[in-house]
Design a protein around this ligand. Sequence first.
Ligand SMILES: [Zn+2]
Ligand SMILES: [Zn+2]
Length: 383
Amino acid sequence: MNLINFSLETESRYDRHNLIEWWDQNKLKKAKILVTGVGALGNEVLKNLALLGVENLTLIDFDQVSISNLTRSILFRETDVNLPKVEVAKQRLLDINPELNITTINGDLEFDLRLGFVQEHDLIIGCLDSINARWVINQLAYRAGIPWLNGGIGVSEGEVSFFDPKEDTACYECSLSSQMWERRNKRYSCQGLKRELPDMAMPTTAPIASVVSAMQVQQALLYIHGDESFLKSGEKIFVSFKPWHSFKVNIQRQKDCLSHDFKVKKTIKIKYNPHLTVGELLAKIKQNNDLNPVLWLRNEILHQMICLNPNCNFREIINQPLRQYNETKLNCPHCQKERDLEIIEKISSENSHLNLTFKDLCIFENEILYCETKQGKINIHFV
Ligand SMILES: [Zn+2]
Ligand SMILES: [Zn+2]
């Protein structure tokens, strides 16, 4: 019998991996993966990545551990209730594999991830439970040029899809039906302000989370090895266990889907300074011979609110992303009448907002913004 002799002296953590012919543990060691969402899927995905020895992980989630998470979350305990999910997950992952380098963001993936930071990763794994969160990650992935893996779970069915911006294949937005858009848009008022909706608790269990996350991590593993034998970009696998059923589809690429317009060839770097005004920035770009550059913000900014009551006229400076501002604050705090919103989505030299600073416009270090110029679209990376 050809048994391999594992003596305690020579055995090391990844010996069983190294018996696999095509395996390259070094590729896993070097890969950097952004895991968005540390719920049922996120727990399982992270556990598998830690066991595999994928050493560089970034975790983002804004939530705290709750008692009802404990039926599906291998990294959480009863004593962790009310603690930030990302911090608890980090400690448990380091118990599993002390060699990991883990970065945590206890925040909102829509407003707390900078594009330059996203670009430092090789792959994004989406462990999300809402259409809006998936749409946001799709936008980030296509703007950053980083592939992403989407997972979704129900009671006894789930799906995994893979989207690579380097390929001219379908993205997540291409797969959205009009009903899905409707569901997503319910989160916002007609002006685009955030609506307070009750949290929809989704019925699900550990076995389906284990299966779907295992498929996500298997795809990540193969992608890191340059192997396309499981999922190609634009493909989706659906599985059901009650009754058993599975199929793979090619998602249709929608010709008018806007997510694919993000490809920009040229990037210029500008030193970040929160007090720099947009006027000063545009002047710098003009020095490079462009007469009329137009800077696009990544999130529309609610600049100010003006009371429509002629006897009041109260003006309030807000300077916050529009989608983050709560609809309940729409009316004037003085006279309770409706207010007009001044929203900024782009700035050119003819604009009246040239005195606003990066800080006012919620532009942070390591962000990348688009600028339309005579030479076509360019990216501006604030370093
Ligand atoms: Zn698309
Ligand atoms: Zn008023």
